[in-house]
Design a protein around this ligand. Structure first.
Ligand code: SF4
Length: 219
């Protein structure tokens, strides 16, 4: 929830406040363009394949009964159980710190703690990916999990060995202060019962069309 929103806040501070509020209070107004949905589906497929890149794994995904909505609390509890058990590779490892939630694509046990692998279907690392995983690191760190290295897995050219591992540890950890400085204000703002008012503008189409474009431009 806040995790998805903060990603957008990191790239468009002003307008994203409104997205943040809408995601919390009017999520039914969100319209995902078909081409974006296609990219999301392709990314999900690549992510599913990546789960086994280190061999056996345990997946934490649990849905609310009769839906495809993740049961975050149940996932976080299952993750905690696998951390206790010492499971080597935990996929969709979920963590909750106060109102803040994140799910890591792959959490892999090391001699010193755990490494994070965030899987992206893109051919290269974008700064947004590093910010995303910086946020995840912040949450996991607050849950007292010792993180060693942080990687982004991109999609290489060789379909027989498509997983390219990029080390972004230093860059991702450098976002911690920014997240800490902003996250509590964002939490407060998101809880406000009054709709956040922001003028529509260039930010509605940049870097991609906002999922609330129709709603905001019809008013
Ligand atoms: S359409 Fe524009 S104003 Fe509305 S939430 Fe999206 S970015 Fe913000």
């Amino acid at each position: 929830m806040l995790w998805e929103l903060l990603k957008r806040i990191l790239c468009a501070v002003c307008s994203a406040k409104k997205m943040l509020w809408l995601d919390k209070h009017k999520p039914q107004l969100k319209i995902i363009p078909p081409e974006v949905q296609q990219r999301l589906d392709a990314g999900n497929e690549f992510g599913d394949r990546a789960m086994s890149m280190f061999g056996d794994y345990e997946e934490m995904t649990i849905y609310r009964p009769g839906t495809t909505i993740p049961d975050k609390k149940a996932m976080a509890e299952k993750t905690a159980e696998h951390l206790r058990l010492g499971t080597s590779v935990i996929c969709e490892a979920a963590f909750i710190n106060y109102n803040n939630y994140c799910a890591l694509d792959i959490l892999r046990k090391t001699e010193h703690g755990y490494d994070i692998y965030e899987v992206k279907g893109a051919p290269e690392v974008h700064e947004q990916f590093v910010r995303d995983v910086g946020f995840q690191y912040y949450i996991v760190n607050r849950c007292k999990i010792k993180i060693d290295r942080i990687y982004i897995v991109t999609h290489g050219n060789d379909e027989n060995a498509p997983f390219v591992i990029n080390d972004v540890t230093e860059q991702a950890k450098s976002y911690v202060k920014w997240v800490n400085d902003n996250i509590w204000n964002l939490n407060r703002m998101q809880k406000s019962s009054e709709e956040i008012q922001v003028e529509v503008g260039e930010q509605c189409c940049t870097p991609y069309e906002c999922w609330y474009y129709n709603y905001c431009h019809q008013r």
